[in-house]
Write a protein that binds this ligand. Structure first.
Ligand code: SF4
Ligand code: SF4
Length: 359
């Protein structure tokens, strides 16, 4: 059984007030005990796509960085490039956007170092014991650090049911090749009767594999990489996936890449999940509608236990599962259960509900 720590927040509580609670949670959960003095620790957060404002606030991330520094640990912010077109598809644009969102050196006092190089192809292979893979492709620098601190924003997710720690490191610290492999089973189709020929999907497709045929979009499936961007940008419901089959495989592959990251740092990793600004979609887009009141922060060493506790807390507050109010066709327990099956954690946990002086 794994220990998981939880601290409630008020709805729409000020980030500086939440930051004080995070300080307390950090101490109580033993977050710093995972690492040793002098360790180089990559802090993996999400700095938000250009249209996003609901990512975990830099004021909160900075508290965790400062706590690490106070223990003689050497933290830096890290990220990887996205597959899809946008402001985060290469290191230069990504760092510039992160700076705009408050994650520049001047405010954070640590650099943001892209773990997968300029274009996402700096990678290393890590051996794992998975169902889909016996080795996974993760961002090169992750295999060189002593540890990873994972700061995840819990949201709904169109392909995974929800996105939190497993997605943050499984997809978010995979190299471009690793990301492509995870999307390899995703195969979209366009329903011509719903398509109005607006052309937005053509503009966003990173493979240039959508063309206009008789005023309707058509995907050339031979060169489609399954990134899902067309699905995300189509406002007319014309792009369809076979969710039952394809989401399950993607979730399992994501969990297997998360296993690679954990193995690369010999288990020196800690997780904070923020159940705040819980939007229908993840921070790779605008986030969309808020589907819950703010709940709190979950922390722990076991990724599976932290994810399961996060999922359970949402249900406890809302009397519904996250997918019931976001994407009912996707069961996010697949990623949690698969992560447990491949041995990176336990769904059985003991929840310590903390009360801070700030509460
Ligand atoms: S974005 Fe949707 S409606 Fe517009 S062309 Fe593409 S599939 Fe058709
Ligand atoms: S057609 Fe394929 S490659 Fe292009 S955006 Fe859609 S999923 Fe991505």
């Amino acid at each position: 059984m794994s220990d998981v720590f939880f601290l409630a927040v008020k709805h729409q509580e000020d980030p500086s007030s939440i930051a004080k609670k995070v300080k307390y949670l950090y101490d109580q959960s033993g977050a710093g005990d995972v690492f040793s003095r002098g360790d180089l620790v990559a802090v993996k957060a999400h700095y938000g796509e250009s249209s996003n404002t609901t990512f975990v606030d830099p004021v909160i991330v900075k508290v965790i960085i400062n706590k690490l520094k106070q223990s003689g640990i050497v933290p830096f912010l890290t990220e990887t490039s996205t597959l899809y077109r946008g402001k985060r598809s290469n290191a230069v644009d990504h760092i510039a956007l992160a700076n705009e969102h408050g994650f520049g050196f001047n405010s954070m006092n640590v650099p943001l170092i892209m773990a997968d190089g300029l274009f996402g192809d700096a990678e290393t292979e890590v051996a794992i014991n998975g169902k889909h893979f016996n080795k996974v492709n993760i961002a090169a620098e992750i295999a060189k650090v002593q540890g990873v601190m994972v700061i995840s924003h819990f949201t709904g997710h169109i392909a995974g049911g929800f996105g939190a720690a497993i997605k943050n490191i499984g997809m978010g610290l995979a190299s471009r090749k690793g990301k492509l492999k995870q999307h390899s089973t995703m195969s979209p189709e366009i329903n011509r009767s719903l398509c109005n020929g607006c052309g937005v999907c053509i503009k966003w497709c990173p493979q240039d594999t959508i063309s206009m045929v008789e005023d309707r979009a058509l995907i050339n499936r031979d060169s489609c990489i399954g990134c899902g961007e067309c699905l995300a940008v189509c406002n007319f419901g014309a792009v369809r996936y076979n969710w039952g089959r394809e989401s399950g495989a993607l979730q399992e592959m994501m969990a297997e890449h998360a296993a690679g990251v954990i193995s690369a740092v010999n288990g020196k990793i800690f997780f904070f999940n923020f159940l705040i600004n819980i939007t229908k979609n993840c921070d790779c887009g605008s986030g969309g509608e808020v589907v819950s009141r703010d709940i709190g922060i979950v922390a722990g060493r076991d990724i599976v236990a932290v994810e399961k506790a996060t999922y359970d807390l949402f249900r406890r507050i809302n009397k519904k599962n996250i997918q019931d109010v976001t994407f009912p066709h996707v069961n996010p327990l697949i990623q949690i259960n698969h992560a447990e099956k491949i041995g990176i954690g336990s769904t059985v946990y003991k929840l310590f509900e903390l009360q801070s002086a700030e509460a």
